[in-house]
Design a protein around this ligand. Structure first.
Ligand code: 3HC
Ligand code: NAI
Length: 704
């Protein structure tokens, strides 16, 4: 045990210490970075309270957290490993039963098991600015340390259902209104803790055991939430279990806790839990890049070239993050269109309550300027090009940028597919050139592929990642290839969908099957939304180099020949006169026609076969992307699909899904499909090796 010479605090272990001040005792938790309730924290807190409750001189205990937050939840890294005593639920019961009153001081993000610890104490004070929540559902579980039983006893069933099924944290004042905390105060956690413990002794702060209160049954709230979730989250497992657990809160505490434990265990065993936790770590793992130690360049003034779909979205994202933006276009008409779109986007942010009207006006007045002259970008720290997807046009622009933009500026292209090395080669400063591939709508979608070319310098890569962070986006490092990580894999699996369409499945059947798997949209809905003309242009570009062995399905091209580019022209694979769910009968005729021309007798495809072929194709190309080191790790591929392509979070991403299926089964499937088409369906060497050695993609994440 170590004693702090200044405060006299005595360490119970590495993360928990006790400080005695007369009749009060402070228990400090110090487990950086987020005070997760690891084994050390749980056992330290237990030991501290056990020791203090035996001490007749101690009349009140105050627990607080050091660092940036009180406990932010159970230690997620311990999930799936053998549990170590004391368990969090036992600790909570132990705290609640302590004869000496315990008050708890909350700050930062008091989440999950952290809030459950707090609910088990006898009074709670939140420091102004604290957020409290039970986000377990976002990890595929439910609050498993009494949260589903104690929150309703303090805040009622309805408010608890809302909080627990949404997983969304609430602000301290709302927590006060709902009864989850007793006071909101200003001050440093330790100071507030000292005063709170004194108030307990003076009886100016009431204490009570949450478990001794009763929760009013609220069948209507339970029924309403069940109905809502059945509609909005039919594929998810844990939200429904959260409702079951909260419903049990009218039972005596021990019975309710038993029911909570049973349901919690079901969630823990669900594959969705593993998928959602993988997604949580994917979001954070992608920032671990080889260039992480480089110092990003300063960014303030950013130029955007082209104010079409992407340029105006990118400019909006930059403005919302506080950057100074110069938007350039070919002519004034283009600029007017762009500024109108930006205005609408900002108006949307105002409507959603993300921006005040004053802030919107200030942005438009002070932060955005426009020009039809590229030399207006001479002082920009970063220029993002978002003009037509045409190498000639892009090269011309980069040549001009090389002449007019200050040395040291980062020159970026938002190209979807084109070779960043070729673009960089038109400049005298290829080290400053990078791909910043945003996703549409750019001010909404979270993914940003940071495409690193052969000569891109480390600080320029670090700048790309720093930009992603400022924009609250998820930057994923990609190497250069046709389409980078995401579009390359998408181009490949889209072919598998097209082959199924040609062989007998309708676009609607394919879309429905993939939505049933959990994709936000089916591949033909995506194609119609993105614009069929985009892939038409890419198909034409690739026509000259397309290998003769490759089976080519010209159906979408035929639609484009008719001027049907999807949603923007009112029809594509679907008709967009109402909600866009009606298949386009004329598209179905074209499909029939093409089948006849190719001599294909259509056959039926089950949803299972559609999903299997589609996901296998996705994993196949993703494995090649890894083999070629275009993606750093499997988890980077997962992040791209989770945050840019609507891949279901509960499945963790394509590589996590691949581990669930297993390499042997994947090889078996590919070999089976290869009997029809051995050019498209080829087993990647890496996958074959994995089938032999049993290595998983998860293990490769650990290794890098
Ligand atoms: N367990 C283990 N590690 C955690 C963690 C947790 N609960 N929460 C965060 N971390 C890690 C992160 O992985 C990250 O590690 P890294 O630096 O190695 O990448 C580090 O802590 C810092 O996290 P962030 O980068 O996310 O820091 P932020 O300041 O941006 O966000 C936060 C802080 C809001 C607390 C955010 O990390 C978060 O939302 N964490 C998860 C909270 C949560 O879901 N709690 C419930 C857990 S489940 C539970 O309690 C079950 C119980 O009911 C039995
Ligand atoms: P768009 O056609 O909507 O906009 C392009 C804009 O560039 C037009 O406004 C055009 O007037 C302008 N422009 C063309 N030449 C110019 C020049 N020399 N100087 C200044 N402006 C010029 O195209 P979109 O969809 O915005 O795409 C732009 C780029 O972003 C392309 O490289 C595309 O591949 C890429 N991209 C597109 C995505 C999408 O979903 N649309 C997603 C991600 C990337």
């Amino acid at each position: 045990m170590q004693t702090n010479a200044e405060t006299g605090a005595v360490g119970v272990n590495d993360v928990v210490s006790i400080e005695r001040l007369g009749a009060i005792a402070l228990v400090a938790l110090d487990n950086p970075p987020v005070n997760a309730a690891s084994h050390a924290l749980r056992s330290g807190l237990w030991q501290a309270v056990e020791e203090l409750q035996k001490d007749q001189d101690i009349k009140a205990i105050a627990v607080y957290g050091k660092g940036r937050t009180f406990i932010a939840g159970a230690d997620i890294r311990e999930f799936g490993k053998p549990p170590q005593d004391p368990w969090l639920p036992d600790l909570c019961n132990f705290l609640e039963s302590c004869p000496t009153p315990i008050v708890c001081v909350l700050h930062g993000t008091t989440l999950g098991g952290g809030l459950e610890v707090a609910l088990s104490c006898h009074a709670r004070i939140a420091i102004t600015g604290t957020k409290v929540g039970l986000p377990e559902v976002t990890l595929g579980i439910l609050p498993g340390a009494g949260g589903t039983q104690r929150a309703p006893r303090l805040a009622g069933v309805k408010a608890s259902l809302e909080m627990i099924t949404s997983g969304k944290p609430i602000a301290a004042d709302k927590a006060l209104q709902s009864g989850l905390v007793d006071r909101v105060e200003d001050g440093a956690p330790r100071d507030v803790a000292v005063q709170a413990a004194r108030d307990v002794i003076d009886q100016t702060l009431q204490t009570r055991r949450t478990g001794e209160l009763t929760a009013e049954q609220d069948n209507e709230a339970v029924r309403d939430m069940r109905d809502k979730l059945a509609n909005t989250q039919p594929l998810l497992f844990s939200p429904h279990k959260c409702v079951d657990a909260v419903e049990a809160s009218h039972l005596p505490l021990t019975e309710g806790l038993k029911e909570e434990r049973r349901l919690f265990n079901e969630c823990m065993e669900s594959p969705q839990r593993a998928g959602l936790i993988h997604a949580f770590f994917a979001e954070r793992a992608v920032s671990k890049i080889p260039e992480a130690s480089a110092t990003p360049r300063d960014l303030d003034l950013i130029g955007v070239i082209g104010s079409g779909t992407m340029g105006s979205g990118i400019a909006t994202a930059l403005l919302l993050a506080g950057f100074q933006v110069i938007l350039t276009e070919r002519d004034q008409d283009g600029l007017d269109r762009g500024t109108a779109t930006i205005g609408n986007n900002l108006e949307g942010a105002v409507k959603r309550g993300k921006l005040t009207t004053q802030a919107r006006d200030a942005i438009l007045e002070n932060k955005l300027s426009t020009s039809t002259d590229l030399s207006s970008l001479s002082n920009a720290d970063l220029v993002i090009e978002a003009v037509f997807e045409d190498m000639g046009v892009k090269r011309e622009i980069f040549e001009k940028l090389d002449e007019c933009v200050k040395p040291g500026a980062v020159l970026a292209s938002n190209t979807s597919y084109l070779d960043i090395n070729q673009i960089a080669a038109t400049t005298s400063r290829p080290q400053d050139v990078i791909g910043l591939h945003f996703f549409s709508p750019a001010h909404v979608m979270r993914l940003l592929e940071v495409v690193v070319a052969d000569k891109t310098s480390a600080d320029v890569v670090a700048t790309g990642f720093a930009l992603a962070k400022r924009l609250k986006k998820i930057g994923v490092r990609s190497g250069v290839c046709d389409g980078f990580i995401g579009n390359r894999i998408m181009t490949f699996y889209k072919k598998a969908a097209d082959y199924m369409m040609m062989d007998g499945a309708s676009p609607k059947e394919i879309d429905e099957a993939m939505r049933g798997f959990g994709l936000a949209m089916g591949p033909y809905q995506v194609a119609d939304l993105a614009g069929l003309d985009i892939s038409w242009a890419a198909n034409k570009r690739r026509a000259a180099t397309r290998p003769p062995e490759e089976r080519y399905i010209p159906i979408a091209d035929q639609l484009c020949e008719q001027g049907w580019f999807g949603r923007k022209t009112g029809q594509g694979f679907y008709i967009y006169d109402d909600d866009g769910t009606r298949p386009n009968p004329k598209a179905l005729e074209i499909i029939d026609d093409e089948r006849r021309k190719a001599g294909v007798t259509p056959r039926a495809f089950s949803s299972e076969e559609i999903v299997n072929r589609f996901t296998t194709a996705m994993i196949l190309e993703a494995t090649r992307v890894l083999e070629e080191k275009i993606a750093l790790r499997p988890i980077d591929v997962d992040a791209v699909f989770l945050f840019g392509y609507g891949f279901p979070r509960f499945r963790g991403g394509p590589m996590h899904t691949a581990d669930q299926i297993g390499p042997k089964e994947l090889v078996r499937r590919i070999e089976e499909y290869a009997q029809e088409d051995d050019y498209y369906w080829q087993v990647p060497d890496l996958l074959r090796k994995m089938a032999e050695t049993g290595e998983t993609f998860a293990q490769m994440n650990e290794r890098v």
